[in-house]
Design a protein around this ligand. Structure first.
Ligand SMILES: Cc1ncc(COP(=O)(O)O)c(C=O)c1O
Length: 313
């Protein structure tokens, strides 16, 4: 889906025109992938627009930067305020928000420490990511996720997405909508841009942080909702074949939201429809983000943007 431009982009403390947000080809990030970033959704509610879990996303950005010794000259609060500024200035909701910090134009050696840190925040209208409203047909990738102590998966770093690209391209070329990566020990890890959940015998399983996953904010939201709904939750290493014998499976992510899996490697998950535990979590999640259920965990940050048409659940 081509990017739909908006008017302003936030850069190092000021709003600049979209077309002026440019970098030099010799910037460090272009050559070595030295960026950390976030993906955040701003949802429409019946009479409002609100950003989902804004401080948590900005805290993860700060964590990602810390892992890469990239000093960010802004606090979580300042970054959150900057996101609100750019969203309100552009007046577009619902939208996707992309804050990014990277090593800019300075030196071209591998060591990034002499290259300046640049921070940008853009937003633009954006819709569904994993295609298929009746469930996603996915595969297990021939590519593994990042090995421990190579690329840190708790950092949402641009370079990690070279691995995601391999998984996603292979899946789409072979006729699937997404690929699931195993970790380097062969245990389930996550999709190219989503965390993975399975249900078997009424128990909700997800892969733990030690299996090369991003600490997904939607994942943590779903874990909170599951606990509140009284669903038993188990975070443990999961063998690949659990995908073939589970009753339900779904992805979570800012882009994917809660997307149920219809099949994995052409083996039907349950009867292929959204199972009851997935549906309960899906309905809670969408109820909160679309404002039809109360925001009981304070997950929404309101923004002063007029929404032409509220989205339906
Ligand atoms: C590799 C990967 N895993 C999981 C997720 C889901 O994380 P979140 O729910 O914070 O969007 C994402 C999306 O950012 C991702 O890129």
């Amino acid at each position: 889906m081509p990017i739909q431009t908006t008017t302003n982009i936030w850069h190092n403390g000021s709003l600049i025109p979209w077309d002026k947000a440019q970098i030099h080809v010799m910037s460090h990030v272009v050559h070595y992938g030295s960026s950390v970033f976030e993906g955040i959704r701003c949802y429409a509610q019946p009479n409002a627009a609100s950003i989902f879990r804004l401080p948590e996303h900005m805290a993860r950005l700060v964590d990602s930067a810390k892992i890469y010794r990239m000093p960010l000259p802004y606090t979580v609060e300042q970054l959150s305020a900057a996101v609100i500024d750019v969203v309100e200035a552009n007046g577009v909701a619902p939208c996707y928000i992309r804050p990014i910090a990277f090593r800019g134009y300075g030196e071209l050696g591998v060591n990034p420490l002499k290259s300046p840190v640049e921070v940008y925040i853009a937003n633009y209208p954006w819709g569904k990511y994993v295609p298929g409203t009746s469930g996603a047909d996915v595969c297990v990738s021939s590519w593994s996720r990042l090995a421990p102590n190579t690329m840190p998966t708790l950092a949402k770093a641009g370079a990690n997405y070279m691995n995601s690209q391999l998984i996603r391209m292979e899946a789409e070329i072979n006729g699937y909508s997404e690929g699931i990566g195993l970790d380097t020990n062969g245990y389930l890890s996550e999709g190219s841009g989503e965390n993975l959940f399975l249900v078997r015998g009424g128990v909700l399983y997800t892969t733990p942080l030690a299996n090369s996953v991003l600490n997904g904010i939607t994942r943590s939201s779903v874990l909170t909702l599951a606990k509140q709904l009284g669903i038993e939750v188990v975070e443990q290493a999961l063998p690949r074949e659990m995908l073939y014998i589970c009753d339900e499976a779904f992805f979570t992510g800012t882009a994917a939201e809660v997307t149920h899996l219809r099949s994995v490697d052409r083996i039907m998950v349950g009867d292929g429809t959204m199972g009851p535990i997935t549906k309960a979590l899906h309905d809670e999640f969408f109820g909160i983000v679309h404002g039809t259920l109360p925001d009981r965990y304070n997950w929404l940050t309101p923004v002063n943007v007029k929404v032409a048409e509220p989205v339906g659940v």
